[in-house]
Design a protein around this ligand. Structure first.
Ligand SMILES: *Cc1c(COP(=O)(O)O)cnc(C)c1O
Length: 364
């Protein structure tokens, strides 16, 4: 006899919010509503629509600059196409050894630039050491070395730290002194602004940034990043580059519209501020767990820590997900726009339990 079971029609329980990455989160209500509003029948394709125009003009307003703006699907495309537009094949891009462009883009910057070489510099807490940048540029001036052309910085950094406005300005000054353009990977730019209270303009073009790749995905959008060229000349023929790379959305309005939701009423900064605040709570909680060490200054929405192995394993066994490959051994906990104080407290309680268990001698 075959047992044919009826399919279970109950909705699956909502999965728990995790600390793996801010791109594990869903879509924030403001972006969701803007997306729904854009779904109102037919509209011109390939960015000729009213939502793309509105999102671009909002970004120009927010950044107080008549910039050239493009919308692409993800950060890898944004970074690598922006870098490719700044370089020729025989140039080089200088960035931190932990930068996303180096470690997480599968060689896309080199690929799209037809061979531009990435040169790595060290620096404390994920920030480029400007003396190392100077040394990298000046140590060779001969034709056998790839000609340095761009300095790329991530704001916030891959280690969850934030360049101050003064530090970005210093990077901009060194770039100009050395004849480099300054590119900023702003996958978490909103978190950096929320953390410092500095304005978008002051943290970008006023500090010397030529091109900003502004993250939308991790900030609450379904998908999408904006590439903002503050120097319009650098954007020449960039539309062709996007198209060739498969990054020209035909229904562009659906990657542009969520920006309207995020930017109108400053939802982007509010969400980033919430995520940062949850990370601050998490840092406080983890500092009280015996054996846990916090690895870098917590300045945005992530906490990097060294966990006793029983705590790390135990958290995984209890269903928590977090990354361990990013900081070379440390555990990274990333808060999202929708992470709650309860989520943080539950995680911390589990860590505390596990640390206490690990310390209790077994009875025989
Ligand atoms: C997430 C992230 C990106 C974008 O990555 P994609 O997966 O390509 O969207 C870029 N830079 C940094 C620092 C990031 O954390």
């Amino acid at each position: 006899m075959s047992s044919s079971r009826k399919p279970d029609s109950r909705p699956a329980p909502a999965p728990r919010r995790q600390f793996a990455s801010d791109n594990w989160s869903g879509i924030c209500p403001e972006a969701w509503k803007a997306l729904a509003d854009a779904n109102c029948g037919h509209a011109p394709a390939y960015g000729e629509d009213a939502w793309t125009a509105r999102a671009s003009s909002l970004l120009r307003e927010v950044f107080e600059h008549d910039a050239e703006i493009f919308f692409v699907f993800n950060g890898t495309a944004a970074n690598s196409l922006a870098l490719a537009s700044l370089c020729r094949s025989y140039h080089s891009v200088i960035c931190h050894e932990r930068s996303h462009a180096e470690t997480d883009e599968c060689g896309a910057p080199e690929f799209y630039s037809s061979g531009t070489k990435i040169l790595l510099v060290p620096g404390n807490d994920g920030k480029v050491d400007l003396e190392a940048v100077r040394h990298t540029v000046k140590k060779r001036t001969d034709i056998h070395y790839p000609k340095p052309r761009v300095l790329s910085v991530s704001q916030a950094t891959e280690l969850g730290t934030v360049y101050t406005r003064g530090e970005v300005t210093a990077a901009g000054a060194v770039a100009r002194e050395l004849g480099l353009r300054l590119h900023m990977d702003g996958a978490r730019f909103a978190n950096a602004l929320a953390s410092t209270g500095v304005s978008p303009a002051e943290m970008s073009w006023k500090a010397g940034v030529d091109v900003l790749c502004l993250g939308g995905t991790k900030n609450g959008m379904p998908v999408g990043e904006a590439i903002i060229f503050f120097d319009k000349e650098l954007a020449r023929e960039f539309d062709y580059r996007c198209k060739q790379a498969g990054q020209l959305a035909s229904k562009m309005r659906f990657i542009a519209a969520p920006w309207i939701g995020l930017l109108e009423g400053d939802a982007w900064l509010r969400h980033a501020g919430e995520a940062n605040a949850r990370a601050a709570e998490l840092e406080d909680g983890l500092r009280k767990v015996p054996g846990v060490r916090i690895l870098y200054p917590r300045q945005a929405n992530s906490v990097f820590s060294e966990l006793p192995s029983k705590v790390g394993k135990g958290l995984r066994a209890r269903g928590w997900r977090f990354y361990e490959f990013i900081a070379g051994g440390g555990a990274r906990f990333m808060c999202s726009w929708d992470t709650t104080s309860d989520d943080v407290a539950t995680l911390v309680r589990d860590a505390q339990d596990l640390a206490a268990e690990a310390c209790t001698p077994k009875r025989f």
